[in-house]
Design a binder for this molecule. Structure first.
Ligand code: F6R
Length: 621
């Protein structure tokens, strides 16, 4: 996720901004930059000349720091940004701040502008010239356009107008040479806070950026704007009316602030899932319709598809299994799902009409990359699903669908998994729609359910304590079986993988119908069986499978749909998830299992963010 820091005060701001950016590094980024309002007193000039000096670069902050050490940048008012690419590769040109045409306004932004393409087109028609591939660059140009269209409008009013124009999310911070001592910002659905101190005021996306200067903060809400100067903070509501809000004090250490007050990144990232799911749907699910042109296939090509191959590893493989179920169900195309490391060595048949999808959160997994190369060598068109813009997989594929879960710091994949599942849902639904295989009524129902899935995920997270209690009572068991059928099966696999990778307890995920063919021999009173059994068409079958393991004295923990009391007779522990369509159960059912694995691992004092022997990007075979 991009990080923002801005300062208007009495001190030179270059190092304040730079240090703030260092404090935001934990959020993940691929480029960084700062812009400072610099006032030059030229002897022969009547008024001082104000300019915005910008230094930005791709790569680590160390690179930016080296560049900054070579340039003179004086000024007490400026903005800084770490960029996590969403539109356009991580390059210097795409790094923030971005300028308007005359380089009199500079903007940094965290979020996604859904309607940037149409805004850009309008602005180009009016003569604006763009230099980057970013969505952000439309913002300084829009502000410039508003300011030049009327004489009695200032930067703050232009920002208020801009918030009404854009669709999407954003914390937007702007400076202008016209007002060299003020910074103006606005917010829609991306975090933005104000920090206040005796030596100036700050804007930031997150507290760690400014905790060394202040402990007093004010949160800016959606559609509010704010103007800060050295000694004033003025907040306005969506109608431009002043809002009075008193700062609150925090006592967090910088380390706990980085984790948003959570004990670990993994827990923070589990809790960020409503956001990641929503962001991944943003711009793709608009006003009850799907806008999914990133698939980059013509309707003709979609109608001619006769097979889809999806390859992935680990957690991404489980997202692929969910993809198979929904694509086959909705779009009626056979889907083969395969582990990347197997695919690359087995002489796979690709052929005409075969679409190849590679899922990888990191975009760097070597086995997935090798499978992509093999598929392309055989003539397949490759679509990558990844969370990292500009990653090797993104660069080596024909097209990319980005999950917008934000950077994942914990080694264990959690929020990237739910975001990958969202992409699978959208893919299946879009293909079905183009092929005319889905009735309007059903299509509308699925879209509406997807729209409210983030709220349902939030309901589960609000009950995390209940999962903690179950984990506290079961963490000493040494054998865990996770069972599910159809939509519940990939969830069972994922639940087992989460548990084994962070707690180091042996766990297996199984299709429940397979128990009789071997694994039931494992079951005794020393086993915990976790049954994923939300309401769906195999519900009754799952009930029988659970009775079988209960008869062997296993401890039973069931994940059921809200209001389902049927498993009370044999389950020792029950967790209810909100009801949804059966195809969408998986994205909700996995959340309690992520939490379960987390709390068991914490009981065992494991390092959940960096489990032993594992890495975030697996770049070796
Ligand atoms: C599990 C986990 C791994 C990854 C796997 C693939 O929590 O993180 O199983 O899912 O290594 O990684 P990507 O998705 O980056 O290709």
């Amino acid at each position: 996720m991009c990080g923002i820091i801005a300062y208007a005060g009495s001190k030179q701001c270059k190092n304040i901004l730079l240090n703030g950016l260092k404090r935001l590094e934990y959020r993940g980024y691929d480029s960084a930059g700062i812009g400072i309002l610099s006032i030059n007193h030229i002897p022969e000039a009547k008024n001082p000349v104000v300019e915005i000096k910008v230094v930005k670069e791709a790569g680590k902050i160390k690179v930016l720091e080296e560049l900054l050490s070579e340039v003179e940048m004086h000024g007490v008012c400026g903005i800084g940004h770490t960029r996590w690419a969403t539109h356009g590769e991580p390059t210097r040109i795409n790094a923030h701040p971005h300028f308007d045409c005359k380089q009199k306004i500079a903007v940094v932004h965290n979020g996604i502008i859904e309607n940037y393409a149409e805004i850009k087109e309008e602005l180009i028609k009016k003569g604006h010239v763009f230099v980057s591939q970013t969505d952000t660059e439309v913002l300084p140009h829009l502000l410039e356009e508003y300011l030049k269209s009327k004489t009695n409008i200032n930067l703050l009013m232009a920002m208020q107008k801009l918030l009404k124009k854009i669709k999407g999310s954003g914390a937007i911070v702007a400076i202008s040479v016209e007002n060299p001592d003020e910074i103006v910002a606005g917010r829609i659905a991306s975090p933005l806070i104000v920090g206040t101190s005796k030596e100036g005021n700050f804007l930031a996306s997150d507290m760690p950026a400014v905790l060394e200067h202040t402990r007093f903060f004010t949160v800016i809400n959606d559609y509010e704007t704010v103007c800060i100067t050295r000694d004033k903070v003025k907040i306005y509501d969506s109608n431009g009316k002043p809002v009075k809000r008193n700062p609150f004090k925090v006592n967090w250490s910088i380390e706990s602030a980085e984790k948003g007050g959570y004990e670990d990144f993994m827990l923070k990232e589990i809790f960020e899932q409503p956001y990641g799911i929503r962001e991944t749907m943003r711009g793709r699910l608009l006003d009850g319709e799907l806008n999914f042109k990133e698939l980059n296939l013509t309707d003709e090509q979609i109608k001619n598809l006769n097979k889809i191959q999806i390859i992935a590893c680990g957690t991404s493989y489980h997202a692929a299994l969910t993809g198979k179920l929904v694509i086959e169900r909705w779009a009626k195309i056979p889907v083969e799902v395969e582990i990347s490391s197997e695919y690359r060595y087995r002489d796979p048949i690709v052929g005409e009409g075969c679409l190849f999808i590679a899922i990888t959160q990191s975009g760097e997994t070597i086995d997935t990359l090798a499978a992509i190369r093999e598929a392309r060598r055989k003539g397949a068109k490759v679509i990558a699903v990844t969370n990292v813009v500009g990653s090797t997989v993104a660069r080596e594929s024909d097209s990319v669908i980005y999950t917008h879960a934000g950077p994942e710091v914990g080694v264990c994949a959690t929020k990237t998994f739910s975001a990958q599942i969202v992409v699978m849902y959208l893919t299946g639904l879009y293909i079905a729609r183009v092929k005319g295989l889905i009735k309007q009524e059903n299509y509308g129902r699925i879209i509406e359910e997807l729209r409210i899935i983030p709220d349902k995920a939030q309901i589960i997270l609000n009950n995390a304590d209940r999962i903690k209690k179950i984990a506290d009572e079961t963490f000493r068991y040494t054998c865990f079986l996770f069972l599910g059928r159809i939509y519940g099966f990939p969830v069972a696999l994922e639940g087992a993988l989460k548990l084994k990778e962070i707690s180091y307890i042996h766990a297996e995920g199984y299709a429940a119908g397979e128990m009789k063919h071997g694994p039931i021999a494992l079951t005794d009173n020393k086993t915990v069986v976790v049954g994923v059994i939300p309401q769906d068409f195999v519900y009754e079958k799952m009930l029988s499978n659970l009775q079988e393991v209960k008869a062997r004295n296993a401890r039973i923990f069931t994940i059921v749909s809200e209001g389902d009391k049927n498993t009370e007779k044999y389950a020792d522990y029950i967790f209810e998830i909100p009801k949804t369509l059966e195809e969408l159960n998986g994205i909700l059912a996995v959340i309690p299992l992520q939490l379960y694995a987390y709390y068991i691992a914490k009981n065992l004092n494991r390092n959940v963010d960096q489990p032993r022997n594992l890495a975030k990007s697996v770049t070796v075979e």
